[in-house]
Unconditional design. Structure first.
Length: 76
């Protein structure tokens, strides 16, 4: 059975610059949703991830709705 887009997004990674040293840090979307802390591999600073608007948590569902709406009526 295929995974939902939301589940696939939670398993995907994103890149962000460390706010302390600028080093490129890989972060999982699931870490953003859970609002955990990650450690910069360069300066070892703890970076707390915050999803203030909930956009990371809701991104998969929003995209799935937009795709369904765009495809609606195409295959009648």
């Amino acid at each position: 059975m295929a995974e939902s887009l939301a589940t696939q997004m939670l398993r995907s990674d994103l890149e962000a610059d460390c706010p302390f040293c600028g080093y490129l840090v890989w972060i999982r979307y699931s870490e953003v949703v859970a609002q955990t802390a990650v450690t910069c591999p360069c300066c070892h600073a703890r970076i707390w991830l915050v999803d203030e608007t909930g956009s990371a948590r809701n991104a998969g569902a929003v995209i799935e709705r937009q795709i369904a709406q765009a495809l609606k009526g195409m295959f009648r």
